[in-house]
Structure formats: C-alpha cells, structure tokens
Design a binder for this molecule. Structure first.
Ligand SMILES: [Zn+2]
Length: 415
C-alpha cells in the first residue's frame, strides 16, 4: 500500500495529446523489452486496441524509432511482421570520469559502442576539463557514422554531486571539491548533458543493457566495487536518492569500530575492507610490500589468483567474506529481491561467492534471505560508462508529464 499522502499534483488530467504520448511511450517500452514482437502481441500485452497499436506503430516507424524486421510465426493466418527498435536512428556519447583514466564512448541507440577513447584523468580539474572537452569534441566529429545524430552526452562521475548542475561537491576518489564539471561542459557543448554518480550509473546499466532489461526487480541493490564501494538502491522501481541525494553510501558504514581509518574519517568502514583498494592492500601486506609505488592493478591480482598465487587467492577470498558481512546488512535492512555485484571483481565471482554466502547464511535473516537472488553483473566492461550512455537513451523511453499518471499506466500494463 502506498502510504504517501496524495498531493494535488497527483490528479493531473490527461488530454488526448498527452494520452497518445503516454501510450506511444508504453508501446515503445514493450517493444524494447519483448522485441521482436508482433502488433497482435503488443495489443495483448498493453491491452490497447489493435487499431490503436497499428496507428502508434505507423507513427513510430515514420519517426524512425522502430522498424519492421522479419516475419514471425503464424498463429493460423498470415505471418505477422515483427517490430524492433531502430538502434541506428541516432547516437549517444557516454563519459566516465574515474581516478586513473576517463573513458569517452560513442554508442548507437541500442548501447553498442562504436568507438571508445581513453585519456588520463588529471588530478587538477582546471587542467583536466579543457583536455576532456577537446576529446569529446574529437569524438563527436570523428566517432559517429555520417548522418547519425548525437542525442546527448551522459557523464558518470564518482562522489557526491549536484546532478542537475553536474557539480562535484566532494569526490574522495578524485580528491576534487566543488568542481563545476557541468557548467564547463555545457558552456562548451550546450545543455544536452546529463550527470549521475558512477554507482547509480552502474545500476542503470544493469537495467537498460544488462540481464535485467526484460525483467527488472522492483526492489534491488546494485553494489559497485572499484576504488571505493557504493550502492544504487532501487525501491518500488525507482532509484532512491535520499533527502539530499546522498543515499547509497553503505561503503562508509562502519563494520568494525577498531578497523582502519577510512578516507572519510570514520573507523572500519565497509569499503576499507572490501573495495579493490583494500583487496590490493591486503595482498601487498601478505607479500610484505607496502607503499603506493608498489601497487598492482586489480585485474593483475585476479590473474595471479587464477594462476594459484596463494596470497592473491586469500586476499580475494577475504574480500568475499567482507562483502558477505555488508550485504547481510543490506538484506536485513532493505529486504531486496536481488543484489547485483558490479565492477571488475564480478569477473572473480567463483572466487568470492563462497565467502559472501558463508557470511550471508550466518548474518542475514532467513526470511529476507531465502527468496533473494545474488548475482554478478552481466555488464562485463565498464558498467558506469554504459550507465552514462543509458542516461541519454532512457529519455526516449521515459514517460512524458504528468509523470505519475504515466507511471500508473505503465505499471498497469506490466501487470
Ligand atoms: Zn568511510
């Protein structure tokens, strides 16, 4: 039951034009989820009349958003023409700013990367932003096939931010404070640029391009593990941002008050045990080496573990156990249907999964744990970059205002 008190804005009345627009968006979403799909099946799923579906399909084909693909199987009469989303109608640019390097990717509208560029992330934003803008400019001019219009730029950044302004308030990973990334890029490229933090981007990627494209659970948590650790929380089908946009910072919940000092100032934060940085640190300590100069890439550590390097394997297994401790906290507190683990560590799933489950079984409440699914991300490469691309693409599938009415309609059709 919805315990929210109704507000006046919940009672918007749809005029014919808005209703048509809502129906069109619903049909577009169903095609995306079920493609290839016939008009008859669209009518059955959306409960719209076949004549309405026909006119919507005609309009969407006219706008180049969908196309008629192969013939489907006959259910007695003529074989139906199957409809698909036209991924090559337009393009999107995704940017993922991370501590070591920044990725810039041109993608078609189905999320297929056409070309990707990498630049080094400079610790000084005043030097970095002009360099970033230059590379975006190059990508816009050289990486898109002729005639393919770029519908916008999506940017993923680590840290606490004002996403509407594209302003980093504080990023521990980048060691940036009060950096106006949005103002700089919008001045250079116009206003069609969207921002989101890297953790939520990874969660969006799972829904728009990953295993959940067809069936996203209403209550799920996407855990992103990189230099830090954060969670994207989806409650009732909506990304939960919290009162001041800071929700999801479970990486900074202390799981051991006598643990090491975290960069946030707290003692024994979850991320100081389970992030990639922590795993590498654990490995180097076991080898008796220390200092930043001796660090190794996380991918190298996973490779060593697979080559039977005992210290590397133990460091990863220990990370699995720490992940289990934190995930148990999420399971007990938020009762998700699904928890997804994203980031490079998902490639070492077979090495960390036993440790996660070991602690989940000890610590999580059985009632919450029994029906919960735990799985590694299906996005193997750069989930945050894919999420940045989805920021642009999902607008095409988003419902027009008034939003709540539209969302109700969509929920109804999804059953
Ligand atoms: Zn912390």
């Amino acid at each position: 039951m919805d315990l929210r008190r109704p507000s006046l804005s919940d009672f918007g009345v749809l005029d014919n034009e808005a209703l048509r627009s809502v129906n069109q968006t619903i049909v577009l979403n169903v095609i995306r989820e079920k493609q290839p799909i016939s008009r008859a099946d669209l009518a059955r799923i959306t409960r719209l009349k076949e004549s309405t579906i026909s006119s919507i399909a005609k309009r969407l084909i006219g706008e180049g958003l969908i196309y008629e693909a192969n013939l489907g199987d006959s259910s007695g009469g003529r074989r139906p023409r199957m409809l698909r989303i036209n991924g090559d109608r337009s393009a999107a640019l995704g940017v993922h700013i991370a501590p070591q390097q920044t990725l810039i990717a041109a993608s078609n509208f189905s999320g297929k990367i056409l070309r990707q560029r990498t630049i080094k992330t400079d610790s000084d934003p005043e030097r970095f932003l002009p360099r970033l803008a230059e590379e975006i400019e190059r990508s816009l001019h050289s990486d898109l096939p002729a005639g393919l219009k770029c519908e916008g730029i999506g940017v993923s950044m680590p840290g606490l931010m004002d996403r509407s302004q594209g302003k980093i308030i504080y990023s521990a990973n980048l060691d940036w404070r009060e950096v106006e990334v949005g103002a700089y890029l919008r001045h250079r490229f116009g206003h069609d640029i969207m921002f989101e933090d890297n953790v939520r981007c990874a969660g969006l990627a799972e829904i728009w391009f990953g295993s959940l494209t067809r069936l996203a659970p209403s209550h799920m948590i996407n855990l992103l593990i990189d230099e830090g650790l954060g969670t994207a929380i989806i409650i009732g089908g909506h990304l939960y941002r919290g009162a001041t946009l800071g929700a999801g910072q479970f990486g900074h919940v202390s799981i051991d008050p006598s643990g090491p000092r975290c960069r946030c100032g707290n003692l024994g934060c979850w991320e100081s045990f389970a992030s990639n940085t922590a795993t590498i640190h654990r490995y180097l300590q076991a080898r008796g080496v220390s200092g930043a100069a001796t660090s190794i890439p996380f991918s190298k550590l996973v490779a060593l573990a697979r080559e039977s390097d005992r210290d590397a394997l133990l460091a990863l297994q220990k990370t699995g156990e720490y992940l289990g401790i934190g995930i148990a906290l999420l399971v007990n507190g938020l009762n998700p249907e699904m928890v997804i683990v994203s980031g490079e560590i998902s490639r070492a799933w077979d090495l960390i999964e036993p440790g996660i489950w070991h602690n989940l079984r000890i610590r999580a409440l059985a009632g919450n744990l029994n029906s919960m699914k735990l799985q590694p991300s299906s996005i193997e490469e750069n989930p945050s970059l894919m999420g940045a691309i989805s920021l642009v693409i999902c607008r095409r599938f988003a419902l027009p205002p008034p939003g709540r009415e539209g969302r109700r309609a969509l929920t109804a059709t999804r059953g």
